[in-house]
Design a protein around this ligand. Structure first.
Ligand SMILES: [Zn+2]
Length: 369
């Protein structure tokens, strides 16, 4: 199943060797930016250490142990993450009814749509009650697995008291237990915690890797996959979201804006702006700007480098927008600089309509050299 993890060959190789040689550290710290595969790798590592199949297939994903891990039901698998207040008993019973409902929804989401970040209703942190329950679990001697696996996601989200309670566990780790901490913000962890873990760095995914994952694993058509990969940077979760949901709508909007700018049709632009006012929040406006930049870049590429074009499925429109075929390289560069500047301004209480009007004028200038 490690084959499913793309773009992290070094990490996979390191962990596979450790599984095969049965030589593991007691604590790991998986760090790297969001959406590069830290959690799924941690889960597969835990599965691999306990998988019942022969070495070359571990983790197999189908033996009884693997299946329990994949369903988050293995009794020797503890998973801690920032949550709202749960009122946990030491036996792990959740007494807060609302907390229980949200907790179950979180786990369901993690299994069914792991690339969708769950939004909790209420403030979240890794709570001391969770760490105390974990301590109690780790003290129990009976276990069914070869290794007890503990995964702590967003490990930096423990306050100091909780982190110190956890540190005690890390200082005297129970035998046959592997603790995997996951974080995007290494600098926010206590140095005493960092120093007790083997660090494993997850590097950013390349747009090409993201494009391949979207096409192969999510059946995303190639033009959308390529656009989503470029927009999302190295964040796979974001790329999957963009490829699946509102993105095609925003991409269509980018093309509509470009067409209106090409025709210098201000009246229709203002009508469009009124219609889209409720749809375009700050996040979507930023996404729209990214689509426009890719589109403008495509127009500049058309005369000399047509194979590098991203919107390959819209060649007809691209050719139309490029108009007389004059060289748009310099206009495109100016537009990109201008949009980058606008993008930075989209924070807090900025007037989005003004941003969009500015964008439309810049686009009109760009298309009429
Ligand atoms: Zn297995």
């Amino acid at each position: 199943m490690f084959r499913n993890i793309k773009g992290q060959d070094q990490v996979v190789q390191l962990l596979t060797t450790q599984i095969n040689n049965d030589r593991v550290a007691q604590a790991y710290l998986f760090h790297g930016s969001d959406g590069v595969g830290k959690f799924i790798t941690a889960l597969y590592f835990g599965m691999g250490l306990n998988c019942l199949s022969s070495n070359e297939f571990r983790p197999c994903g189908v033996c009884s142990s693997c299946r329990k891990f994949l369903a988050f039901e293995h009794t020797d698998f503890s998973y801690l993450f920032p949550s709202v207040r749960l009122d946990l008993s030491l036996d792990g019973e959740i007494k807060n009814a609302d907390g229980l409902k949200q907790y179950e929804a979180f786990i369901r989401n993690k299994i069914e749509n792991p690339w969708l970040d769950f939004s909790w209703d209420g403030s979240t942190e890794i709570r001391k009650e969770s760490v105390l329950m974990l301590s109690k679990r780790l003290e129990m001697s009976s276990m069914e697995a070869r290794y007890r696996i503990v995964i702590i996601e967003d490990a930096e989200q423990m306050n100091n008291t909780t982190a110190n309670a956890f540190l005690k566990k890390l200082e005297e780790p129970p035998s046959q237990t592997v603790i995997i901490l996951i974080t995007e913000r290494l600098s926010m962890l206590l140095p005493t915690i960092i120093s007790r873990c083997q660090q494993v760095y997850f590097k950013p995914l390349s747009p090409a890797t993201i494009e391949t994952i979207l096409s192969d694993n999510f059946d995303v058509e190639s033009a959308i996959a390529r656009t989503a990969a470029r927009i999302a940077g190295s964040n796979l979760k974001q790329a999957i979201r963009i490829a699946h949901d509102s993105s095609s709508q925003i991409r269509d909007l980018a093309f509509s804006l470009a067409e209106l700018a090409f025709r210098k049709d201000e009246l229709s632009f203002y009508n469009l702006l009124t219609k889209q006012r409720d749809f375009l929040n700050a996040g979507k406006t930023q996404e729209l700007i990214k689509y426009l930049c890719i589109l403008v870049n495509d127009l500049a590429l058309l005369p000399s480098n047509p194979d590098l074009i991203t919107n390959v499925d819209r060649m007809e429109q691209i050719t139309q927008l490029a108009g007389s075929g004059s060289d748009l390289t310099e206009q495109a560069r100016n537009f990109l600089i201008y949009s980058e500047d606008l993008n930075r301004k989209i924070t807090g209480n900025v007037n989005l309509s003004l941003i969009l009007i500015g964008l439309f004028h810049a686009l009109t200038d760009c298309l009429h050299p």
